[in-house]
Design a protein around this ligand. Sequence first.
Ligand code: ADP
Ligand code: MG
Length: 252
Amino acid sequence: MTSEAMVAVRGLRKRFGRLDVLKGIDLRVPRGGAVALIGPSGSGKSTLLRCINLLDTPDAGSVRVGDRRLDFDGRRRLPPDREMAAFRARAGMVFQGFNLFPHMSVIDNVMSGPVVVKGVKRDVARPMALSLLDRVGLAGKAGDHPASLSGGQKQRVAIARALAMEPEVMLFDEATSALDPKLVGEVLAVIRDLARGGMTTVLVTHEMAFARDVADRVAFMRDGVVVEEGPARQVIEDPREPATRTFLGHFH
Ligand code: ADP
Ligand code: MG
């Protein structure tokens, strides 16, 4: 891991109507690093992730992923669609829900991005998809349909599908919140292996022990601002800010 930031968010602002959701967020994620976003419901964690991959369009500030930066300051016009689409492909996102295509087999789900979006030939995409399924422990399920999988397996397919686009950063938004508690561990294990294997990662989680153990750094958000950011263990075990202490108190 070098100190160069793979993701750099500066002065990011986002409103929905009169609701000021992000009030000037700065966040850096080193190449190969993992940052966990924690904070109460409604604090803007999902909106921040969605702004990093442009599912939500920032009102102001800049977002850089790798060597590409988009500025939203004072622009009346958005960057061109092509630029937005190219930028979006740099980040893979996994949501709480599984979002798989139900009518497609597991391997077709994983191949669909490369084949449809990037125009990769199926006979090239297939072995790559199989190796990703192997990486998430599901090579044996390639021909199955999502309906026959457990929630944990579906979420692992969703991770493989995001990886198939060869993103520069993976964004996880409460990837285990919808799972039966018995199935949480297998998904966290895949995320942990990815993060430890050098994938640049931003994850929103309510699993504080996981944030402490997997992330290098933790950012605590409240009301659209980052209240405290620091080394994961320090923020989780010995937070500096009273608001962080109060929030973490609910988990102890
Ligand atoms: P978190 O993920 O931390 O729970 P969110 O980013 O989902 O927070 O939401 C922050 C605030 O923005 C909430 O008040 C939420 O209701 C609001 N919000 C999020 N998305 C939208 C949207 N598309 N339209 C209007 N309000 C939204
Ligand atoms: Mg959220």
